[in-house]
Ligand binder design. Structure first.
Ligand code: EPZ
Length: 456
């Protein structure tokens, strides 16, 4: 085991937070067991939800990833006390001294996260105002926040554009609203949930996102005292209440991380047990995994994903909102598709620039063609901006080592998988981004038999 990884693992530190470059010797099947904890895309929002409570909250199974550290910093600049609880992964969040924060402090802590936009509703309820810096996040499209701001205005908020961000106030308080989202946006749905729970009156949200992480956030809000009902056809009704209390909640597992390790097992011809993974939230992924030729066994404490030794098969996949195939799953899967016998098509319909990571795979020998406006003749699922893109992946193509730079979180993990799949040595730089969403990923790679050295 790398001394740095060994030392840090002993200290329980997430080594990935500080590492920049790895040298990876590929061609070795990943085999062994790793554990996934709380979902990055739930725990960060659950931490923000604690702001709405009059008493402290306890969030369990929180992974040590940089996105969590960013939100912890943002909560602390707003006067929230965040401390570790009794069990590993427990966070105690005490909002009783919440206060306004200066934009510069918020900006300094926001990093590349998009989470600050979700502070609006809770801060408007608690303090009557919120400051949000211009947002970061992976460069996978222009990532607008128009749905969020339109929703806040419908609750009665006033949005003022400042040179370095936005200032939001609620001069007459926040009232329940009728909101229909142009697209089932995860973030905008969370924005409405976090604002409506304490608004006066009833909110009806139409065309809402219903991802498992959204349902887990609704469960948290219900524990706090909120009255939320999920109706048929993506309609959510929220009856505003005057007061909410803190919650105790164990976060849903990270489906994206589980799918990433599953794709790594397939691409490297390996056999990986992902502890904590649950079938009910991965059904669509499991169907595609099986159609590509992978095998999986479901256990009470996790899922075993493995390559059965027979040739992988090409598939046609369209990313979609839940319960469709998640956009965050296509990057790791595409690496496995480079080893399938035939031509696969991946339609990306959620973001307008989410195939950038394929450049590095092509450099390593993959045969991938990205069609920036999708494939001619295919119906567009969502009549929005000219959004859909398509990647045609023809395999099998042996991958050879290369020097690659990680572009974003999910694409970055795909680069790791590609380097582990390729024959020979690769260097992967800028890997620190991966620690935004993958807890202790170096220790996990070690546990699965990957051969790599930390280069800086
Ligand atoms: C969340 O992003 C996740 N991030 C993303 O995961 C995930 O890919 C995405 O949902 C879709 O499932 C977090 O939860 C932190 P959206 P979010 O609002 O909320 C457009 C990862 O790797 N849109 O559902 O930002 C937007 O441009 C990340 O873990 C607007 O046009 O996603 C995109 O095309 C990557 N206006 C589409 O909607 C808005 O105001 C979906 O975005 C908001 C969104």
């Amino acid at each position: 085991m790398n001394s740095l990884v060994k030392e840090a693992s002993r200290a329980g530190e997430s080594v990935g937070l500080t590492v920049d470059r790895l040298a990876i010797d590929g061609g070795i099947p990943l085999k062994g067991r790793i554990e996934v904890r709380g979902a990055k895309n739930l725990v960060t929002k659950a931490m923000v939800a604690s702001l709405l409570g009059e008493t402290p909250s306890l969030l369990r199974s929180v992974p040590d990833i940089s996105d969590v550290r960013v939100v912890r910093g943002l909560l602390e600049v707003h006067g929230v006390t965040v401390t570790e609880g009794a069990e590993p992964g427990d966070l105690i969040l005490d909002p009783t001294n919440v206060r306004s924060a200066h934009m510069a402090d918020i900006d300094a802590h926001a990093g590349s996260s998009r989470i600050p936009i979700l502070f609006c509703g809770p801060l408007l309820h608690q303090l009557g105002e919120a400051f949000i810096p211009d947002l970061g996040g992976c460069r996978i499209g222009d990532r607008p926040i128009d749905f969020h701001l339109d929703a806040l205005r419908r609750f009665g908020a006033v949005v003022d554009k400042l040179p370095s961000g936005i200032r939001i106030t609620a001069p007459h308080g926040l009232r329940g609203a009728h909101i229909e989202l142009p697209y089932p946006s995860v973030g905008a749905t969370e924005q409405v949930l976090l604002t409506a729970t304490r608004a006066k009156g009833i909110t009806e949200l139409r065309n809402a996102a219903i991802e498992p992480e959204i349902m887990d956030l609704i469960a948290i809000l219900q524990k706090m005292g909120a009255i939320i009902s999920v109706e048929p056809n993506r309609v959510i009704l929220i009856e505003g209440v005057d007061k909410l209390d803190g919650y105790t909640h164990r976060a849903i597992f990270d489906r994206n991380e589980a799918a990433s390790w599953a794709s790594a097992a397939l691409a490297t011809g390996g056999d990986v047990f992902v502890g904590g993974a649950k079938q009910e939230h991965m059904m669509t992924f499991l169907n595609i995994f099986r159609k590509v030729g992978g095998k999986f066994d479901i256990y009470d404490d996790g899922i075993r994903f493995y390559h059965p030794g027979t040739p992988l098969k090409p598939v046609v996949v369209e990313t979609d909102v839940h319960p469709g195939f998640m956009t965050d799953w296509q990057q790791p899967l595409i690496v496995a598709l480079t080893q399938a016998e035939g031509a696969s098509i991946v339609h990306e319909t959620v973001y307008e620039n989410r195939f950038g990571f394929t450049d590095a795979l092509i450099e390593m020998g993959a045969d991938i063609t990205v069609h920036k406006t999708g494939l001619v003749g295919t119906a567009r699922r969502v009549p929005r901006r000219d959004l859909e893109q398509a990647a045609v992946v023809v395999g099998p193509t042996p991958l050879h080592g290369a020097d690659i730079v990680v572009p974003d979180l999910r694409g970055g993990f795909s680069h790791l998988i590609a380097a582990l799949t390729a024959e020979g040595r690769s260097t992967v730089s800028n890997v620190g981004i991966i620690s935004r969403g993958y807890e202790n990923f170096l220790a996990k790679l070690e546990a699965l038999g990957a051969r790599f050295t930390v280069e800086g």
